[in-house]
Design a protein around this ligand. Structure first.
Ligand code: GSH
Length: 339
């Protein structure tokens, strides 16, 4: 059966807007049976090494059919149509016309639409790109093609980059620094235009702030630290053994300093079988293996897990699912212009 890798959880603004809906729409339209592998965007499910095996750009949608993975929504839709023998005419010219409009959608229509103002459901602007610097909601905002201004549903500015040095809620922003505000108007994050000293830490690239306006997480080079300087995450330039685990690409840590998650640099032996190299693994604060996304097909306990599948270790026992479980789709997708 086809597995659709799609979002199970994404930040609120993304709901109903993401390209996995194109794949789900085609699947529903053709009536092909499928199941959904629900990914949590906010938890970083798309960022893990194992997922890059099926999604070169760490994005959705991807479908897997009998071990064959197809990414890119247009290709997925074509695959589904071909598989079902529906949606595409069977003569010579018909398929060419479909391909023509697929290319047009991606290279001509979509980039143009993305450059236009995005709006909330009630028509008020959500994203605006300034032609020249302007003061908006009292804040000097930078005009830059990669820095749109976003507005909440009440029309209040909620993210932008500043055009000049500006004091915002006790923090000094330099030109080009990007900020975002919560709905209670408290500062939620700052991305610094250039790495610099911030909140007593050197070389800071971005900061998340808590509701009290204190830094909670800081990106420092390739590492993330908390306000006390404790390491939360760091990139690994080469494989390292951490807490006895062969790690590669990145490592996340619990508050007690123990390894929380990484990709495996080498196969990991467990009492239930071998978790293959390249799998993403996570551990609880006592060092027990809690989850994995397996990089290759493997047998763990009573189960065979195909590549890219999630494993949860419940009291040490491997079972499918957990944080990344398969779910049945909630119903046919509802593209905005059909509702
Ligand atoms: N060209 C790709 C783009 C896919 C894409 O932009 N996916 C977004 C969701 S709409 C995504 O997965 N974003 C997650 C990320 O980049 O972190 C396609 O059409 O499939």
């Amino acid at each position: 059966m086809i597995t659709l890798h799609a979002f199970g959880n994404i930040f609120p603004e993304g709901v109903g807007e993401t390209k996995d809906l194109r794949a789900q729409w085609a699947l529903e339209e053709t009536g092909l049976p499928y199941r959904v592998h629900a990914l949590d965007h906010s938890a970083g499910d798309l960022d893990v090494e194992a997922y890059s095996k099926i999604s070169p750009f760490h994005q959705v949608p991807v479908i897997e059919d009998d071990g064959f993975a197809v990414a890119e929504s247009a290709a997925v839709v074509l695959y589904v149509a071909e598989m079902a023998g529906k949606l595409i005419p069977h003569d010579f010219q018909g398929p060419m016309r479909v391909i023509q409009w697929c290319f047009a959608a991606f290279s001509s229509v979509e980039p143009t639409l993305v450059c236009l103002v995005m709006r909330h459901d009630d028509g008020t602007p959500r994203m605006v790109y300034l032609k020249t610097d302007a003061v908006v909601d009292g804040i000097p905002c930078l005009a830059a093609s990669n820095n749109g201004l976003s507005f909440d549903e009440q029309g209040r500015l909620d993210s932008a980059a500043v055009s000049t040095r500006y004091e915002l809620q006790g923090w000094t922003l330099e030109p080009g620094d990007e900020f975002s505000l919560r709905s209670d108007r408290s500062l939620s994050s700052i991305r610094l235009a250039q790495p610099r000293e911030f909140g007593g830490h050197q070389n800071v690239e971005s900061v998340s702030l808590d509701e009290g306006g204190r830094p909670s997480e800081l990106e420092v080079g390739t590492a993330t630290i908390d306000a006390e300087g404790r390491l939360l995450r760091r990139d690994l330039a080469s494989p390292e053994t951490l807490d006895g685990i062969p790690c590669v690409s990145f490592a996340m840590f619990h508050a007690n300093g123990r390894l929380a998650a990484s990709d495996l640099a080498a196969p990991l032996e467990t009492s239930h079988g071998i978790v293959p190299a390249g799998s993403m693994v996570s551990f609880d604060a006592d060092g027990r293996l809690s989850h994995a996304i397996v990089a290759d097909t493997c047998v763990l306990g009573r189960w065979t897990f195909p590549a890219g599948n999630p494993v949860q270790f419940t009291e040490g026992e491997p079972v499918p699912g957990g944080a990344f479980c398969y779910t049945t789709p909630p119903g046919p997708p509802k593209p905005p212009f059909l509702t």
